[in-house]
Design a protein. Structure first.
Length: 192
């Protein structure tokens, strides 16, 4: 596993950053920034489907047959297939439309849904990509601030999962998350 480049302790949990390939992350679960069909696509979604093999797609087909398209902000879990991660948590992030169409709330809902599902399944280590910042066009700096603040609040409130790592594919995205982590307020502080 690639070592963390930065971390923050929140209660008994650790929030970490690293740069690398999320498909190589050994964790209880990795998160897939999916499309609503769960059928794989480009970017991290396609990479996870390719690396994990057909078992992931088979699980996704069963889920879609049962629920239809996965709504933005919600999450479902499948097998990890051939990945080092046991599970893949799929979530659909918002498409950036300028910020006035509820994108920040929907992006935060993605992280909350994934962490709730991880807790429900008893998963202690979860790795996230940067959701919605690729083909969906969400500005990276804004997405990083929402992602880290939402995860920090969830860890403070729930104390699970024990370790959350953001595995960021390129240097520019990693640097944006590092800047957001450096500015992250203490989740225990009262807002003034």
């Amino acid at each position: 596993m690639t070592p963390a480049t930065a971390s923050r302790r929140i209660r008994d949990c650790v929030l970490e950053l690293s740069q690398g390939d999320i498909t190589r992350m050994a964790a209880d679960a990795i998160v897939n920034a999916a499309n609503s069909s769960l059928m794989g696509g480009g970017g991290v979604d396609g990479a996870i489907h390719r690396a994990g093999g057909p078992a992931i797609l088979d699980d996704c087909r069963r889920i879609i047959a049962r629920i239809g398209a996965l709504p933005t902000g919600q999450a479902v879990a499948t097998t990890g297939g051939r990945l080092p991660a046991r599970r893949v948590i799929h979530t659909v992030g918002p498409v950036w439309r300028g910020g006035g169409a509820g994108e920040p709330e929907l992006l935060a809902a993605c992280y909350r849904s994934c962490l709730r599902l991880a807790a429900d399944e008893g998963l202690d280590t979860v790795a996230f990509p940067s959701i919605s910042t690729g083909a969906f066009g969400y500005p990276v700096a804004a997405a990083a601030a929402i992602a880290l603040q939402t995860v920090a609040q969830c860890l403070h409130a729930n104390g699970r999962p024990r370790r959350v790592r953001f595995v960021l594919f390129d240097r520019a995205t990693h640097d944006a998350y590092r800047n957001a982590l450096d500015r992250l307020p203490d989740p225990t502080a009262d807002p003034a």
